[in-house]
Design a protein around this ligand. Structure first.
Ligand code: MRU
Length: 342
């Protein structure tokens, strides 16, 4: 996989040879973005199966369970991680009568299916969402939701790519996305390659652009969507949604149905990852740390945007509008029948 920590300065590929290495890569954000970590975890489990020396399916199952727990614990907020692992385990469990080699083959194939379907799903979200973008629009985008955050193409960035492929001219204001700067580092890097016009803005400039009437819509991805439509996404999303709402600018969330978690009733039940304080304190100017030495910091990686602030949720099965409770449940049902049987 691409080592996303080194972009844009360096495009380097790392090779991971065990489930433990995949779990570590997810935790350290070598790979990041909800769909990308889901697909990575699936390949991590396939790797655990391939590497296991188990001679019976029962022994292989034990090795799979150990790897699954390690992978599941690597990051807590994005549900795509658990979704992909559950799908892999369901596949294995349905074929426990098969010999271990057949099971290994099934798991590798299922991981590849998850990856291939992710790209197809992103393309579908792209065409549903592009209808919301008009020629000449300026939009604000938060974090990174492009090819890097998925297997390929992207969610919210995928919508912008489709709009551009449809011949629309768009301008993207790219939130830097402190503290890890996924916007300034990764989204700007991707948009440059797609030839989409963009400017990087400090996160705290977004409200002012919205207030000035210069923004047609705001587009973000999601790490988990609760049954009522509350959205967990990169820290800063909530403030952006508030500013969009106050200025009557549409706020669109673009996410596959694998990001919807009907088992959590609302956003308060979604676990929010707290990352190391060093990610906040490491900021430097002229080689010197900005913060006084010994400063303490808080670093929640995600926040919750209440469903009342979300204009629409773009999924692979269509654009969902409030009330979300019914729309989300229907979308999950319809996606399940489309993607798990094929
Ligand atoms: O901490 P990250 O970089 O993994 O957070 C990523 C985001 O918050 C994205 O917006 C989300 O995963 C959707 S990516 C298609």
């Amino acid at each position: 996989m691409i080592d996303q920590r080194r972009l844009p300065a360096e495009y380097s590929i790392v090779t991971l040879e065990s489930a433990a290495a995949v779990a570590e890569a997810i935790r350290e954000m070598v790979v990041r973005g909800a769909p990308a970590i889901g697909a990575s975890a699936a390949f991590g489990l396939a790797l655990a199966a391939a590497r296991s020396t188990a001679a019976s399916s029962a022994e292989l199952w034990k090795d799979l369970r150990a790897a699954e727990q390690m992978l599941r614990a690597s990051r807590p907020t994005a549900i795509n991680l658990g979704w992909a692992l559950d799908r892999m385990l369901d596949r294995a469990q349905a074929h426990t009568e098969q010999d271990p080699d057949a099971l290994r083959g099934l798991l590798v194939a299922e991981a590849q299916r998850i990856a291939d379907q992710d790209v197809a799903i992103n393309r579908r979200m792209g065409s549903h969402g592009a209808a919301l973008i008009q020629d000449g629009d300026t939009v604000i985008h938060h974090c990174n939701t492009g090819a890097l955050a998925t297997v390929d193409y992207g969610t919210a960035l995928g919508v912008l790519r489709t709009a551009q492929e449809d011949g629309k001219s768009i301008h993207v204001l790219v939130d830097e996305t402190r503290p890890r700067l996924q916007g300034a580092r990764l989204t700007a890097w991707e948009l440059d390659q797609y030839g989409i016009e963009h400017e990087i803005i400090a996160d705290n400039a977004a409200g002012s652009f919205l207030q000035a009437g210069q923004v047609a819509s705001v587009l973000v991805g999601a790490d988990r969507i609760a049954a009522n439509g509350d959205v967990a996404n990169k820290i800063g999303t909530y403030m952006l949604a508030l500013a969009a709402h106050d200025n009557r600018v549409p706020f669109y969330v673009v996410a596959p149905t694998s990001t919807i978690d009907l088992s959590v009733v609302n956003g308060e039940q979604i676990p929010i990852e707290e990352r190391p304080a060093a990610e906040v304190l490491n900021l430097q100017a002229d080689g010197e740390p900005i913060a006084p030495s010994g400063s303490r910091a808080r670093n929640p990686a995600f926040d919750i945007t209440q469903h009342r602030l979300v204009t629409a949720i773009v999924t692979e099965v269509g654009v969902l509008r409030p009330p979300y409770v019914f729309a989300l449940a229907e979308a999950v049902k319809s996606a399940r029948s489309q993607w798990t049987s094929s």
